[in-house]
Structure formats: structure tokens, C-alpha cells
Design a protein around this ligand. Sequence first.
Ligand code: HEC
Ligand code: HEC
Length: 490
Amino acid sequence: MGLDDASSPVSCLGGVGHYITLSCNSAIVAFESAERPKMKREGLMQRTQFYVTLWLILGGAPVLILGGIAGKMANADAQVATAGTKQQGDHDVGIFEPGPLAQPKSPQQAGVSADNTRVTIPSDNPQTPPKIALGQKLFFERRLSADETVACSSCHDPKKAFTDGRPVSIGIKGRVGQRNAPTILNALYNKTQFWDGRVRTLEDQAAQPIVNSSEMGQPSLDKAVARIASIAEYDQAFRDIFGRSPNGPDLLRAIASYERTQISFDSPFDSPFDYFVAGDANAIDVSAKRGWELFNTRGRCNKCHALTEEVRDATNFTDNDFHNIGIGIIRHNVVALARQAKQIINSEDAASVDRAAIQTDMSALGRFLVTKNESDTASFKTPNLRNILVTGPYFHDGSQLTLWDVVDHYNKGAGLQNPYLDGDIQPLALTEGDIDDLVAFLASLTSPDYKDQGVIELARQRELARTNRPQRDTARAFGPKSARPTPPSP
Ligand code: HEC
Ligand code: HEC
């Protein structure tokens, strides 16, 4: 990989889809970024300076500039070394102290202009370095939870690409939830948050886990605020940053500000795939290239994992919409659950939906909990696919262990038909070679930060898939599209 040998104007003018909008300035940055992999971890200070320089080259607005973090970054390794002394339970060492992977990222995007990132920032919550730093502290703060054992980072661990690596999350007192923890990386681009999109903003999102009794377990947001306000250092930080004492909305603002720095693209061009799209034909291997082709053609993935089918969309790999693709449908009687939900869930009340989604079987209803539209039964948000290799297990319920299982699921047209199944889910007749190619493409979406981890994970999944392919159903994959059953009458 590397742009050294890629012909220069390509990244300036060429490419497809969103890349056409890349300016020549970005191309300059792209060239500088070719040096990035060599910088590695020992050069954290250097790296911060690099971003600052980069930003100056671009002449971007100062709102996102991450000044003041250089010292912090230099300290990061030392912090990791001392992490984990106070934690309880079986959580990984280090999740309560932000290590190198937790640091705010450059606002520069692969194929997304800085403007696109800027529009994700609400006018009442501008990004400032002190606020981001406060948000980061809070994100790793276990004192935010009722028994002071669980932080946001317990389930969104930077070392696991801001997930927890579990099928479903575990909160205070070992309480097991119903859903798989999505990554925080690129969550700023989500049009809605959560698998069912029950809230829109990162601010509104952050309020939910704090008070969910299976997650951080606070009786109210105010209780959490009171605990934070009792810590002098926090009290002062809130006053300095917001000009008033700690309160719920400001606490959520700080956390959201930090999350908005978690862009997976840790360089102007992020994953090997981004280099490929920008014009470096050798950045990914032939198998991954065939996979990208399949993704947009016979594999039908672009029906949902793209903003449009007209041009190839290589940004966030989502249509920002909701679909029933047949996950979890076999294990649940969704009709009975829907009846129950209609009676007891107040969809207007985010906390009520949150409890149902995290703590009850009604979780399987997905988007229906929010809209109460029958057609949304068991529909879930199309997730971004960046870093998918390192954010398993997969789907909203963490039910699939490998990317081979995911593709097998799609290949057979989701298996059991259900009345709410999306029309775009149908048998794909993908061969074993095709499946390997799609997996290779998905693996090429891994950020440099997770490159080494990705290599190990791919080998692990490949080994597992060699002997265990629970979703594979070749006869169905090469069979006809079956008729969709009609929904049962209410
Ligand atoms: C006990 C584990 C746990 C804790 C603690 C936790 N989360 Fe999550 N998080 C999850 C799970 C599970 C989901 C998905 C839930 C759903 O969709 O219904 C989620 C979803 C999210 C999302 C939505 C991402 C997307 O793609 O839709 C964001 C953002 C997020 N969490 C941030 C936070 C923040 C900020 C905190 C701390 C205030 C936090 N989480 C605490 C488990 C956790
Ligand atoms: C009809 C829309 C649709 C199509 C077509 C589609 N997807 Fe998805 N995809 C989704 C939705 C919705 C989810 C989340 C579903 C859930 O968890 O219940 C998802 C989830 C995934 C996940 C797991 C993400 C995670 O974070 O756990 C992967 C990987 C994935 N899709 C890859 C693909 C590939 C590869 C193809 C083509 C072979 C494809 N998708 C086709 C809508 C679609």
C-alpha cells in the first residue's frame, strides 16, 4: 500500500462517487499521508503536529482543531500502563483509561470533505478542545454508573474498535442486555442512533445508557450529574467550559463532543480500500476487488449499504434506513411481541423504548418499537461497514460469529421467509469463491489503527469458518426466490 507509486493526479481528480469531490488540497494531504504508516505509535507527538500542519494546509475552520492534546497523547502509553487498578468484574484492563486508540482523531475524511464532518456538529454544541477532553474523561468514567463499575468504555472499548466483542452487552452487576454494542467510530455520521434509530443525536443517545438499569443503572440523569458534580475537578471543568455548574444537558454535550472526534479515518485516506478508491490499484488484492464488484452487483449489498445505487458509494456504507433482513426472526414470535409492545410501550418516550430494547424480548421488534408500523416489524438500521472485521460478532443480536456466516445468511436469502422480510433479500447464488471475495472486501475496510488486530481476526474467522458454517445453505442459495408469506391478521 502507499501512494508513492500511484500517479499523482488520480487522487486529485479521479475516483468514483464521492471521491470526485475531493479537492487538490486533499490530494496534497493524501501524499503526506503516505508517510503515515511509518510514523507509528512512538511518534504520537509528531502525529499531533502532523494533524495540525495538515489542518493548516487545508485552511479549515479552527473549531475542530485538536490543539492541546499533544501532551495528553504523549502521556497515553503511561496511562495505559497504570490503567485498570480500580476496576471490578471481568472487563478488560485499561478500559477506564483512554489509551492511544481513544485519542481524538483528525477531522480529515477519506472522500468526505471537512464540511461533511462539520455539518454533524450541532450549533449549540461547538467542538472545543477542553470540551472534547472533558467528554473523553467522562466516556471513561465509571463513577457515572450507579455502582461505579461501568463506563461507556466498558462496552465501547477503543482497543476493540469501540465495541465490547460480546454478542450482547453486559452492564452493572453482570446484567445482560439484548443487543450488540455498535462501534462509536463514525457514529457522528449516523442519521439516527441505536439499531432501531430511537434517537437522533449523540447527545440524546448518551442519556439512555446512563439510566438503563441493565447498563449504567442510575435512577436518573440528575443522580449521575450530582455524583460528577461532587468531584471538584469535574465541577471546575464544567464551570470553565460551560460557565455554569454541572448539569445533564452539558454532560451529554461533552460526551457527544468527544464522540464526534472518533472518526475511523485516522488519516485522510483510511483503510486499504480507501487508497484503492482514490486510485491506488494495488492497495487491495484481486479478491477484495472482486468482492467490491460483487458488493455492487450480484451480491446486492449496495441496495442497502450505499446512499444510492446509481454511483458507487464508498463513504459510510449505509442508506440510513431500516430493513428486516431476517435476523432473530426465527427465535421470536414477533406477532405476539408486537401486540404486547402496542399495549405497553409509549413510543414517544425514549426511556420506555430503551428499556424494551435493552431489557426485554420486545427488542426483536426493532424499528417497530419506535414507529408502531407493522411494516417496520423486526427492521433494524443498516450499519456502517467500516472496521467490520474487528467489530464482531455481527448483527443487532450478535448472533453471527464470522463474516462468512454473515454472507451465508444473505446468500440463502435469509433462510426462513417472514412476512416483513425486505424485498431486496433474496437468494444470491454466490459460489464459495464469491463469498471469500466479499469477505476480503469487507476486511479491506479496516483502519490502520486496527490493521494488526484485523490480520489476526481474519485468520481466526477463516479457521472457524473452515469447520463451522451454520448459516450455509447452498441449495437455497441457488434456488428460486420464495414467495413472501402474507402478514397474519392482527
Ligand atoms: C452495558 C454496555 C453499554 C454501556 C455502558 C454503554 N453502551 Fe452504548 N451501546 C450499547 C449497546 C448494546 C448499544 C446498542 C443498543 C441498541 O441499539 O438498542 C449501544 C449503542 C450506542 C450508540 C449508538 C451507535 C449506533 O451506531 O447506533 C452510541 C453512540 C453509544 N452507544 C454511546 C454510548 C455512550 C456515550 C455511553 C456512556 C454514556 C454508552 N454508550 C454506554 C452498550 C453500552
Ligand atoms: C435489504 C437491505 C440489506 C442488504 C441487501 C444487505 N444488507 Fe447488510 N445489513 C442490513 C441491515 C438492516 C443490517 C442490520 C440487521 C440486523 O442486525 O438485524 C445489516 C448488517 C450487516 C452486517 C453486520 C453489521 C454489524 O455491525 O454487525 C454486515 C457485515 C453486512 N450487513 C454486510 C452485507 C453484505 C456483504 C451484503 C451483501 C451480500 C449486505 N449486507 C446486504 C441491510 C442490508
